[in-house]
Design a protein around this ligand. Structure first.
Ligand SMILES: NC(=O)C1=CN([C@@H]2O[C@H](COP(=O)(O)OP(=O)(O)OC[C@H]3O[C@@H](n4cnc5c(N)ncnc54)[C@H](OP(=O)(O)O)[C@@H]3O)[C@@H](O)[C@H]2O)C=CC1
Ligand SMILES: O=C(CO)COP(=O)(O)O
Ligand SMILES: [Zn+2]
Length: 352
């Protein structure tokens, strides 16, 4: 048979991570702006944290720019942001904020065919340096092709200012690669899905590094942000190699996306993912107790009620999460779990 494999991988060119790197924004913009003006996609909170400062720094360097304040990463907001950026003649997008703003920015840059700079204001997720965008369409979360940022400016002196909960969530998002990889291997064995051992090795390395150094993840310590951000970048690289979020998103993420729909605004992404990965680790027959202990050590609460999520919702989320992405086979299978099986697993693992 003729060799017909093909894969497109995108990687960032320049990554600045550490104290005070935000000051590089004008220099990095000038280096990457081919033509047109700059649109800064940010949120209501994050404009105050870094969005406005970035706009001022660009203006001081005579770079025309416009701020777009956006909401969540859903279809409606994406259309609005893309139209505004297009009307403005954007030749570059700068995404400033958490995962939702960076995903909107990734997808806008993708539609307009312009470069993207990613400026995370929080270490709460591992989408900072991934080419994938998680967008809600008709209420369902879809993992889509976006652009990989040409540059990432991760200023730890900005990211340290978020509540510790956000740092714990980011670490949990990376640690959950453990179950994502188990699911990917399972899908490879059962469904013959393509599997990349190099992408999996990097995703697993990132998780293991944080597990080994979990005692160093502490509140109010900028070095902890540095530690987590480095592995967030590694996790993003694994998604770039796979050209998919597979190495960092399995059944635990499906449960998180189900909770997004069924219990919106209760727990943040990384917290939902942590709950999901304890349960999928249990279903895989792995060391769920050890995993839950690690999560608690880094400040993650491991009971659904800690977030105001009811037992019934938690059971339903576990039962039905597989419906969200039927093409992404995981330990959750391709049929609803029985009520009693889901409830039993959640009780044994002390999630409910
Ligand atoms: N594409 C990918 O590969 C990945 C995507 N994701 C996606 O990322 C999202 C989760 O990201 P997450 O960051 O947790 O959620 P959000 O982007 O929703 O941010 C959570 C909240 O934190 C606020 N915030 C961010 N930074 C600061 C700050 N420095 N100070 C004060 N408030 C701040 C935001 O404000 P504001 O309202 O201003 O935005 C927002 O209200 C999910 O949609 C998930 O699907 C997650 C992992 C990987
Ligand atoms: O959150 C992710 C990795 O941490 C990837 O997002 P999806 O679950 O939307 O693919
Ligand atoms: Zn995630």
């Amino acid at each position: 048979m003729e060799f017909d494999k093909f894969k497109f991988m995108q990687f960032p060119r320049d990554i600045y991570v550490g104290h005070g790197v935000l000051q590089r924004i004008s220099e990095v913009t000038e280096k990457n702006l081919r033509n047109g003006r700059v649109c800064i996609v940010t949120g209501e909170n994050t404009i105050k944290v870094a969005g406005k400062e970035i706009s001022d720094m660009l203006s001081d360097s005579s770079i025309d720019n416009q701020i777009i304040i956006a909401g969540g990463a859903d279809e409606t907001n994406l259309t609005k942001v893309t139209e505004l950026a297009k009307d403005y003649g954007a030749g570059m997008i700068i995404g400033v904020g958490g995962g939702s703003k960076i995903d909107l920015a990734k997808k806008t840059a993708y539609y307009l065919g312009v470069p993207l700079i990613s400026v995370p204001t929080t270490p709460s997720h591992d989408g900072i340096a991934s080419p994938r965008a998680s967008i809600k369409r008709n209420g369902w979360s879809v993992s889509e092709e976006g652009v990989m940022p040409v540059s990432i400016i991760a200023d730890t002196s900005v990211m340290i200012k978020v509540p510790f909960r956000y740092l714990s969530a980011g670490a949990a998002d990376v640690i959950s690669n453990e179950t994502a990889i188990m699911d990917w291997k399972l899908a490879n064995r059962i469904k013959g899905e393509d599997y990349s051992s190099s992408a999996a090795a990097i995703a697993e390395y990132a998780a293991k590094e944080l597990i080994e150094k979990s005692h160093l993840i502490m509140p109010g310590v900028e070095e902890s942000v540095w530690l987590v951000t480095k592995q967030i970048l590694a996790s993003g690289t694994s998604m770039a190699i796979a050209a998919s979020s597979r190495p960092a998103s399995g059944g635990e993420h499906l449960i998180a996306h189900a909770l997004d729909m069924m219990a919106p605004g209760k727990a943040i992404h990384g917290e939902q993912v942590a709950l999901g990965s304890i349960i999928t680790m249990f279903l895989h027959g792995g060391d769920w107790k050890g995993l839950a202990e690690i999560y608690r050590n880094i400040g993650i609460k491991t009971r659904a009620s800690d977030y105001g999520i009811s037992d019934t919702v938690m059971v339903q989320a576990v039962r039905t999460a597989h419906r969200i992405r039927p093409e992404r086979f995981t330990i959750l299978g391709d049929m609803d779990l029985s009520y009693s099986a889901a409830e039993n697993a959640l009780k044994i693992t002390n999630i409910i």
